[in-house]
Design a protein around this ligand. Structure first.
Ligand code: FAD
Length: 441
């Protein structure tokens, strides 16, 4: 088919289809890619560095380095089929418009992303493609059950985790396992192109010294007993890999179902928050329970700075924040302690903490971050009750009895450590009073 180029010039181009990588950075068990490769036309794999996202990030953002490295890996795998990935940078709509000029595109395949920003973006791109008579196909890949697949009997979304999990498990066991998608038989359908792979500096970034750790499932043998103890380092480190799709959730869930039900429950928490965000997109910047809108937060900026820098004088809080600042990761138990401390002890709006985590976490995922922050603040769908105020010292005694975790991140701990910035009993009473006064009856 001949298509217009530069408005006037006509030339014959090969008919192709596109697979658009986003948060699914792998060739293995990739639902959208599996379907794309079975389509009639050669598949050009594409990734767009989206300026709407990138423009807000520091030049050495560790997530961008991880994405870049993952794309490089995909590219070298594609080279084995004389293919390569096309990397673009720009505003997605503009990039697609230029691709329409450059190629004779027959159809576009991608996996669904359930975040509000992504839904809006994908609707806009699909509309542009449809205007050009290009078929668009989207697939479920990021979760086992999406959108309205798990609902209450009345069709409404679950807002409490345990019944959601029970229904999720019932549905999963009915299926037997999650179907995995093996693209290998179809890999000859990758378009034979050698696109240049740009240097990271061309994208406007530099390599970060902070690295995503490889995930490690061998650590979770005694997950139920060990997962809450940060010094044991016995969790999987899967979170950034799930965030960017360098592992398949289907393979993981099938594995977890055979090996470890407690671990499976954590993967279901992830899906619970994804379906909450999908059903209640407003929760990104509003309390899930509007009854909590009346809380008078102190929002003291100096207190916030001490929390961010890990200098509150509460070792468990400070160790966690320093781990986050230095590595882009924090153990889950410690995340709960630091989040509770910010909202309750310092009476700072959970949105400040959520934004700081979003900036720093390698595994930042909107659904899990907002869901867990609202859980800690007591404003969320299935949240900790407002009068439950973690005592950071007791948490430390319980989960880091020998102080191994805190000494790792606070080298000066044994040499005269800071006094707590606020007394626990005072802060607890102040928080409970502020919540009580603020709750709209
Ligand atoms: P593992 O214990 O090995 O768990 C395996 C996987 O289960 C995780 O990778 C994750 O996908 C899922 N999971 C475990 N716990 C939770 C949970 N509470 N909620 C949702 N999914 C869970 N997780 C993120 O992926 N992104 C975030 O932005 C994020 N923000 C958080 C903010 C706060 C305040 C809190 C308390 C928790 C947050 N979590 C977030 C959840 C959890 O802390 C991390 O998923 C976990 O620490 C990642 O380490 P891991 O992969 O070794 O966990």
């Amino acid at each position: 088919m001949a298509k217009k180029q530069n408005g006037t010039q006509q030339m014959t181009k090969q008919k192709v289809s596109f697979f658009w990588f986003r948060r699914d950075l792998r060739l293995e068990d990739n639902n959208g890619l599996f379907h794309a490769l079975q389509s009639e036309f050669p598949i050009i794999p594409l990734f767009i560095f989206d300026e709407d996202i990138l423009d807000n990030l520091p030049k050495n953002d560790a997530r961008v380095t991880f994405i870049y490295d993952s794309l490089q890996k995909i590219n070298s795998e594609l080279n084995a089929f004389q293919s390569s990935i096309l990397i673009k940078k720009g505003k997605t709509k503009e990039v697609w418009k230029s691709l329409l000029e450059e190629f004779d595109i027959q159809s576009v395949f991608f996996n669904k992303d359930y975040e509000p920003f992504a839904i809006k973006r994908d609707n806009a791109i699909s509309a542009v493609l449809k205007e050009n008579n290009i078929e668009c196909f989207s697939f479920k890949d990021h979760v086992i059950f999406e959108e309205k697949e798990i609902t209450k009997a009345d069709g409404l979304p679950y807002t409490v985790y345990t019944p959601y999990k029970n229904k999720w498990l019932e549905k999963y066991h009915f299926l037997g396992s999650a179907l995995e998608y093996d693209s290998k038989p179809y890999q000859s359908n990758f378009a034979k192109n050698q696109f240049p792979f740009p240097d990271l500096s061309v994208i406007g970034f530099e390599k970060s010294t902070i690295k995503v750790q490889p995930h490690n499932l061998t650590k979770i043998g005694n997950y139920k007993e060990t997962r809450d103890f940060p010094a044991l380092d016995s969790t999987s480190y899967l979170s950034p890999h799930l965030r960017f799709g360098t592992v398949s959730i289907r393979k993981l869930v099938n594995w977890a179902n055979r090996k470890n039900q407690t671990f499976l429950s954590e993967l279901i928490w992830r899906e619970f928050f994804i379906q909450i965000l999908f059903s209640f997109p407003n929760c990104v910047n509003h309390n899930f329970k509007s009854a909590y809108d009346g809380i008078q937060w102190r929002n003291n900026e100096d207190d916030f700075k001490r929390w961010c820098s890990g200098t509150t004088g509460y070792p468990m809080v400070d160790a966690g924040m320093r781990q986050l600042n230095e590595t882009g990761y924090m153990h889950n138990r410690v995340r709960m302690v630091v989040a509770s401390f910010l909202c309750k002890h310092l009476l700072i709006n959970w949105q400040w903490g959520e934004a700081y985590f979003a900036e720093k976490l390698l595994d930042f995922e909107l659904a899990s971050n907002v869901g867990n922050w609202q859980w800690a603040a007591g404003t969320g769908c299935d949240a900790a009750p407002y009068f439950r105020v973690f005592n950071p010292e007791i948490q430390q005694k319980k989960f880091d009895e020998k102080g191994e975790y805190i000494r790792k991140w606070i080298p000066e701990f044994d040499f005269g450590y800071n006094e707590p910035m606020v007394d626990h009993a005072f802060a607890r009473d102040r928080a409970i009073a502020a919540y009580k006064d603020g709750i709209i009856k």
